[in-house]
Design a protein around this ligand. Sequence first.
Ligand code: SF4
Length: 422
Amino acid sequence: MIPQTIDDLTLIPEKTGADKYIKISYPFRYGKFSEIKSGNYTFQFNLNGEIKTIQGRGEGWLDASEWLKRSAGNDWTYFAAGGYTGAYDFTGEYYVPCLPYDSNGIFGHNRFESPEVKNAFAAWDALRDQLDQLEISGLSKEAADLIGRIRNMSPQNLARRARTLHEIIGGPVSVLPPDTRHAEYDVIPLTIADGCLYNCGFCRVKSGRKFQQRTKKNILDQIIRLRDLFDKDITNYNSVFLGQHDALFAGKDLIEFAARKAFDLFEFQNAAIREPKLFLFGSVDALFRADDSLFHMLDKLPYETFINIGLESADTATLAQIQKPLSREKVIQAFQQMMALNKTWPRLEISANFLYGANLPDTHMPSILELARNGLDHFYSKGTLYFSPLETIGSIQAVKDTFMEFKTLCRLPVYIYLIQRL
Ligand code: SF4
């Protein structure tokens, strides 16, 4: 579509990005969107007219390959690319998401305090004011419609839409599975079960509720309301996160129901981004309970599936200290089951989380190495281990050094888990 210029603005009502998520070292956009250039900033909008990304350039911006992105939960993330040597080694991506809220991030400083980011948000405020006053009668229908959509998505409306999202699924998503990085964290959340089995002492993201499945009717209601909420922009989604903390324990029947209904009603067969993905968390006991028929069912789904299991440690003293009600033997058995399933099912990846903390027993890290190095005969590309730093991590440089040393020794991909909410 030919760009249209008005005042100092350049409008492109329809742009098309890549139709598949890829790992790439420069800013890349996916799906269909609209764009307005104003001064040194490029603002991109989803198909509902909601602001999606802001990127600066030249003087006054931090790095040409870095950008701000807004989530459906109305949080902004600063995607830092340059300046972090080895970002890929730490995260498995060529960027590091810097979050405006407390997380376990160990990278860099709070970008949201930098004058460059503050100026970018000020430029966004100014653009909204300008669009509100713009005379649009001389514009093409597409450009006028775009301005109308953006005007409609005021900050109050965006906040309200995020509240509606949370209300539909039963509350904010306190943490996304680390594997959702494969879809740049753009997933539609759908709750099929609340709470979790263990309510571990160390955990900061738990709801504290007992595990409880949702009914099929409730899941269907959520899907219909989510479809209406995401509206035109649903075409830019191809991935679902089945929440909350242990969707795997909800069992084969409910997982299949939710995954298939979501695929059909969100019309993923027509999505602007190909290769749909399904993400969920699972507990050790859910993994033990899952039999072959569940994995057969997942294999037949029109998604690639990623299940993230919280193992935390294979050390008795550590499991006791973090108050995780699991034995070392169960963790070892779950790890071996993960490896076996990853070999058997090509469209499934089971990943695992382990904790990192300065105050954990000395026996903790060797217990993981026993599994992920001594227990494996060669390197395996499936079965990613995510390290989740606790609050007491000691010096950041020490974490990075320990992590890199550990990564070199492990015979699985190993990355840091950056806890992100939605
Ligand atoms: S680590 Fe998982 S199982 Fe344990 S409390 Fe947190 S969410 Fe629940």
